[in-house]
Write a protein that binds this ligand. Structure first.
Ligand SMILES: Cc1ncc(COP(=O)(O)O)c(C=O)c1O
Length: 434
C-alpha cells in the first residue's frame, strides 16, 4: 500500500498564506471594508481562547472553564460601552451579518414590513431579499434616493415610513459617503411605533473616533457593526444600544436583542476574536480619533486628486466624501474590467454598483477605501501619488508590469502598522509574540 504524505498539502496551504502576505505587502490595498490587525490583536487569535466554548453570558455559562474568558468578555463590554458612550453592548456576534441576523430575529417577525435602502444605492446584502432579511421573510420597501447627494431622500422617506408603518426602519450602507438623515427618519419611525436600526458596519471606527454622525444620539434604537473595517479589530460583529434596562419595555427590548444573538444565531462565538475585539477597543480609545481624522482626510484628498485627473467621482458638490470611501463612475458595466486592470498593476479594489445600475455582477463603478492605507502611515501626499497611478493604469493605459514595479517601490516605506500599541511591526508579517 502506498502511504500518501499529506504534509505536502499542509505545506501548500502555508505557502499560499506566505505568498498572500507578500502580495499584499507589495500592493495598495484599497478595499473599503478591509484592514490589518495590530500585533496585540493578532496575538489573541493564537491564544488558547481559540476553540473554547462559552455559551451564555459572563457568570452564566453552560460550559465550565470560562473564568478567565468571563473577565475578557466583561472587559470587552465595558470598553465598547466607553468607546460608543452607550448603555448596552453585545460583543458576541461573529460578523456584522450575524449581528444583523440577530437584530432581525429579535425585532421583527416573518411577513412584517421593514423600510430599507436599495442595493443599487449602496445597501448591504444582509438587508436585501437575498440576504438575512430574505431568510427572515421580511417584506422590504425601499426608501427613495437622491443620486446627486448620494443619500436617502429625506421627505420621501418620511412620507413612506408614515404610510407603510414598518416594524423596523433599517439603515445599512456599504457605499457610505455621507451621514444618513437619522434624526428625521428616527422621528418618523418612532411616530409609527417602529425601531430604527443603524448598520454601522463600515463606519463603526469613524463613529467611535468621533468623526462621523453619532447614530445612538441621533435616535437609532440599535446599532450593529463589523469590528474589522474602520474599526481595525478582528473579523467579527457587535450590537450596541443606548436603551437602558430601567422599565419593562426596555428590559424586554434588550432581552430580545440578547436572545437574538444566543441562542438565536450563535453557539460558540469565537472567544479568541472577543479577546482581540477587547484589545481593538482599547487601541481605538487611545488612537481612534487621530486614525479616523486621517482616514477621512485621505479619502477626501484621494477624491479630489482623482477628480483633478478627470475621473468621475461621486459627491463632487459635497466634497466627494465625509467617510473613508469614495465612489467612481467608470462606464456602463465597466467596473469589473477596471478592478482587474488595477490589480494587474498592484492596486486592490472592488467593482461596485452606482445609482441606476441594475446588474450587480456587471456594475459601472469602483468603490475605494482608505482605512488600510492610513493604517500603514499614508497621508494626503501619498493619495495624490496613488491618483497618479490610477491615471497611468486606467486612462493612459501604461503597461501593468512597469507600474507594478513602481508601486512595489512606492510601498517600501509604508510597511509598519500605525495607530496601535506596538510600534515597529510590519503589517503583513508573522509574529511570534507568545
Ligand atoms: C452595511 C454592511 N453591513 C454588514 C456587512 C457585513 O459585514 P460582515 O462582513 O462583518 O458580515 C457589510 C459588509 O461589508 C456592510 O457593508
Amino acid at each position: 500500500m502506498i502511504l500518501v504524505n499529506w504534509i505536502k498539502e499542509a505545506k501548500y496551504i502555508k505557502d499560499q498564506a506566505i505568498k498572500n502576505n507578500e502580495y499584499f505587502s507589495n500592493s495598495l490595498p484599497m478595499i473599503a471594508s478591509e484592514n490589518i490587525l495590530s500585533p496585540l490583536c493578532k496575538e489573541m487569535l493564537i491564544s488558547d481562547f481559540h476553540g473554547r466554548y462559552a455559551e451564555g453570558t459572563p457568570g452564566n455559562r453552560y460550559y465550565e472553564g470560562c473564568k478567565f474568558f468571563d473577565n475578557v468578555e466583561l472587559k470587552a463590554i465595558e470598553l465598547s460601552k466607553k468607546l460608543f458612550k452607550c448603555n448596552y453592548a453585545d460583543v458576541r456576534p461573529t460578523a456584522g451579518t450575524t449581528a444583523n441576523m440577530a437584530i432581525l430575529k429579535a425585532l421583527i417577525k416573518p411577513g412584517e414590513t421593514a423600510t430599507v435602502l436599495d442595493l443599487s444605492n449602496g445597501a448591504h446584502i444582509s438587508f436585501g431579499k437575498w440576504g438575512a432579511a430574505g431568510i427572515r421573510n421580511i417584506e422590504l420597501i425601499s426608501y427613495p434616493f437622491n443620486d446627486e447627494e448620494m443619500n436617502i431622500d429625506i421627505d420621501g422617506s418620511i412620507k413612506l415610513i408614515k404610510k407603510v408603518k414598518p416594524k423596523l426602519a433599517l439603515n445599512g450602507r456599504s457605499v457610505f459617503l455621507f451621514p444618513s438623515p437619522i434624526k428625521e427618519i428616527a422621528e418618523a419611525a418612532h411616530e409609527v411605533g417602529a425601531y430604527l436600526v443603524y448598520d454601522a458596519a463600515h463606519v463603526l471606527g469613524l463613529i467611535a473616533g468621533k468623526q462621523f454622525q453619532d447614530p445612538l444620539r441621533e435616535g437609532a434604537d440599535v446599532m450593529s457593526g463589523s469590528t474589522h473595517k474602520t474599526l481595525p479589530g478582528p473579523q467579527g460583529g457587535m450590537i450596541l444600544s443606548d436603551h437602558k434596562a430601567e422599565n419593562e419595555e426596555d428590559k424586554s427590548f434588550l432581552r430580545k436583542l440578547s436572545f437574538g444573538v444566543f441562542p438565536g444565531v450563535t453557539s460558540s462565538y469565537h472567544l479568541h476574536h472577543v479577546a482581540a475585539k477587547a484589545i481593538a477597543y482599547a487601541e481605538h480609545l487611545e488612537f481612534g480619533e487621530s486614525y479616523a481624522i486621517q482616514t477621512i482626510k485621505n479619502a477626501q484628498a484621494l477624491g479630489e486628486a482623482l477628480y483633478n485627473r478627470n475621473f468621475k467621482v461621486f459627491g463632487e458638490k459635497l466634497g466627494f466624501t465625509k467617510s473613508h470611501q469614495i465612489l467612481l463612475e467608470i462606464g456602463p458595466k465597466k467596473g469589473k474590467q477596471a478592478s482587474k486592470k488595477l490589480e494587474e498593476s498592484g492596486i486592490i479594489t472592488n467593482m461596485n454598483t452606482i445609482p441606476g445600475d441594475n446588474d450587480p455582477m456587471n456594475p459601472s463603478g469602483l468603490r475605494l477605501g482608505t482605512p488600510e492605507l492610513t493604517r500603514i502611515g499614508m497621508k494626503e501626499n501619498e493619495m495624490d501619488q496613488i491618483a497618479e497611478f490610477f491615471m497611468r493604469i486606467l486612462l493612459k493605459k501604461e503597461t501593468s508590469s512597469k507600474i507594478r514595479k513602481d508601486i512595489k517601490e512606492f510601498r517600501r516605506n509604508y510597511q509598519e502598522i500605525q495607530y496601535c500599541f506596538n510600534k515597529g511591526y510590519r503589517g503583513y508579517d508573522y509574529y511570534n509574540l507568545i
